[in-house]
Design a protein around this ligand. Structure first.
Ligand code: C2E
Ligand code: MG
Ligand code: MG
Length: 609
């Protein structure tokens, strides 16, 4: 029995039957001790020598016995459970402890009873109870045997319970491995398996299938602004909206932080596009979370078997490429197009790497000096980000900044830069070196509602003065949403921070707005400054920009001064400050202080080097 039983009920029942049928007893049962207040006893299994005796069964099922210290606990069963020792050979007809049960003992023909405790890990869980029709039925050898039997039974129960626990743990682990804890949807591993199975069917039946990858926009901003709890609830609400939109044969899965997949069996390109279109109608629109309404927007990428691949990973990758194409093009959905693959794959890989770079400090803060032309004094530096990629080397800054803007990584990137800049600026201050450090902000940063609080936090943390840090905003970022820009610049100005318009001249700013922007300086774009010594037109543009800037009361910086001739020309044209390779190339920020100390510019008005 011990070896064969598949579960606890089968084991108990088998044991009771063997005891009655082969041991010749009148009744055998297993009673479990309940850990309730009354210390009651419950019947787990029994066997009677007189089978099909409903009255006897009923009496057994309602024993009115317990294992406490009261009258109901005095039965052999109660004593065995309470003491953990066998209670052997009680005479049911004469023993006063059994008075409450004497009537039914007489009625059903029980004259004596023995109870053996069942212990698992030294805890008594119940008793094996055996009744005989004779008053002195249990001799010494028999008791020893029955005691061993009870121990074996307890061991068997423990074993089965352990096995059950393991099975439950395995089931939980399996569930965890294949489903997403937050949304309850299948996860990436589950999708992979289902996609594989669906592909096998598709191959066999010569049918196409489609994989849709859907990204939920702005999750990052919601997480950053309102906190992860709200972001999580938005994800849950979106997941159930998506699951509701799917048809029975379709599989929905969550495959990334804000990425969901929809597997459409037997679906061609046409049908996939229709589904994507239908989803736009079903998924877009506000979702309410904690009383706030979030406008949900998605981008969907589509990849098809067999046209775009026959492997789960490849299809997923290509659906993701299509999803980014859709995002970049500002379209709701896009089908994978092979020729974009190489470039997209590189950008995709870079994007994944960038996330890691931010987390793992692969980024380095560089800075480039600015020279005040009239006094030949160094007027601070511009903070420039550098990314030393472990395999690709230095990634061009403009490229990865743009990428970060496109894929919603600019906020963590800017946060990194700000923290690094404040830390560096504090180090200068501690060393008695007071030069402003200007940080580039992007259009996205201006829309980040947490920016001001973050800045205030940094000022407080480092005990920073307003003149420690400056900001540069490109003209095009400001023109993105001029009214909002005026507002946020106003807030930054209130903190007493000096503000620059960067890349001036290529952002088509309207003069009407320019004079309303609370900025302190213009940086003329390098495309005009680099050729300024050779090109009359460039010189004319630089000259006009200087004039305009000065009329508006702004300082004018020439960016991209690469040569002595350009330096001379911008000085003549009235620029106040110069920045460029000729003045000094970008260097690791911690070298800047030493560079200034050894600067070739000290006292070198109009006659450097
Ligand atoms: P930017 O703000 O206009 O920065 C000036 C860029 O011109 C820098 O490129 C600098 O290395 C380069 N440069 C400096 N002097 C010369 C010169 O004489 N000739 C030429 N041809 N180039 C010169 P970099 O560091 O590659 O940065 C490119 C752009 O990336 C920056 O343009 C800025 O818009 C953005 N960027 C850099 N760091 C950050 C950052 O921390 N946050 C944000 N949001 N953007 C950043
Ligand atoms: Mg700049
Ligand atoms: Mg610039």
């Amino acid at each position: 029995m011990l070896l064969r039983a598949a579960d606890e009920a089968e084991l108990l029942q088998g044991m009771c039957s063997v005891i009655v049928e082969q041991g010749g007893y009148r009744m055998s049962c297993v009673a479990y001790a309940q850990q309730d207040e009354q210390k009651s006893i419950s019947l787990a299994a029994f066997s009677l020598a007189t089978p099909h005796d409903p009255a006897a069964e009923k009496a057994l099922r309602n024993p009115h016995a317990g294992w406490g210290h009261d009258e109901l606990g005095r039965s052999a069963t109660g004593v065995a459970i309470r003491t953990g020792e066998p209670c052997v050979g009680r005479n049911l007809l004469t023993d006063p402890n059994h008075a409450p049960w004497r009537n039914w003992a007489v009625r059903f023909g029980y004259a004596s009873v023995s109870a053996f405790p069942l212990s698992i890990d030294r805890q008594v869980i119940g008793a094996l109870v055996i009744s005989a029709s004779e008053p002195d039925a249990f001799d010494e050898a028999e008791v020893r045997l029955l005691g061993e039997l009870a121990d074996d039974l307890a061991y068997g129960i423990g074993n089965l319970r352990m096995r059950l626990k393991h099975r439950q743990a395995e089931a939980t682990i399996h569930l965890m491995a294949y489903s997403d804890a937050l949304t309850g949807l299948p996860n990436r591993a589950a999708l992979h398996d289902q996609l594989k199975a669906a592909l096998a069917v598709a191959v066999e039946r010569n049918r196409p299938l489609a994989l849709l990858l859907i990204s939920l926009d702005h999750l990052k901003e919601i997480n950053d602004t309102l906190g992860y709890a709200q972001g999580d609830r938005l994800l849950q609400a979106f997941a159930s909206r998506l699951a509701g939109a799917a048809r029975p044969a379709e599989t929905v899965a969550r495959v990334g932080e804000a990425e969901f997949a929809l597997l459409l069996p037997q679906t061609d390109a046409d049908h996939a596009m229709q589904t994507a279109q239908r989803l736009v109608g079903l998924l877009h629109g506000p979702i309410e979370v904690d009383g706030l309404e979030f406008d949900v927007h998605t981008h969907t990428g589509i990849a098809l078997f067999p046209g775009h691949g026959a492997e789960p990973d490849l299809l997923l990758r290509r659906a993701r490429v299509a999803m980014f194409d859709a995002t970049r093009a500002g379209r709701d959905h896009a089908i994978f197009t092979p020729n974009l693959d190489h470039e997209s794959a590189r950008r995709l890989a870079l994007m994944g790497d960038l996330r890691r770079a931010i987390d793992q400090n692969e980024l380095v803060l560089y800075c480039q000096p600015k020279l005040h032309l009239a006094s030949a004094e160094i007027r601070g530096a511009e903070a420039l980000l550098r990314w030393h990629h472990p395999t690709q080397g230095v990634v061009p800054t403009g490229e990865f900044v743009k990428l970060a803007e496109q894929v919603g990584l600019i906020t963590p990137l800017t946060t990194w830069v700000l923290e690094a800049a404040f830390q560096q600026r504090y180090a200068w201050h501690a060393a008695g070196f007071e030069q402003p450090l200007s940080v580039n902000l992007s259009a996205h940063d201006l829309r980040d509602p947490t920016l001001l609080d973050k800045l205030k936090g940094l000022f407080a943390t480092w005990g920073a003065q307003p003149d420690w840090i400056q900001f540069e905003l490109t003209e095009s970022a400001l023109m993105d949403d001029p009214a909002a820009a005026i507002h946020i610049l106003g807030c930054l100005k209130q903190l007493g921070i000096v503000l620059f318009i960067d890349d001036f001249g290529i952002g088509y700013s309207s003069l009407g707005y320019l004079h309303r922007l609370p900025v302190d300086a213009l940086k003329i774009d390098q495309s005009f400054v680099i050729p300024v010594a050779q090109s009359m037109e460039s010189a004319a543009i630089v000259g006009s920009a200087v004039e305009l800037g000065h009329k508006l009361g702004l300082e004018v910086v020439a960016e991209g001064v690469e040569t002595h001739a350009a330096w001379q020309r911008v000085t003549e044209l009235g620029c106040d400050v110069a920045q460029g390779f000729y003045v000094g190339t970008p260097m690791p920020a911690e070298q800047f202080k030493a560079w200034v100390a050894a600067s070739p510019w000290l006292g070198a008005v109009l006659a450097p080097h």
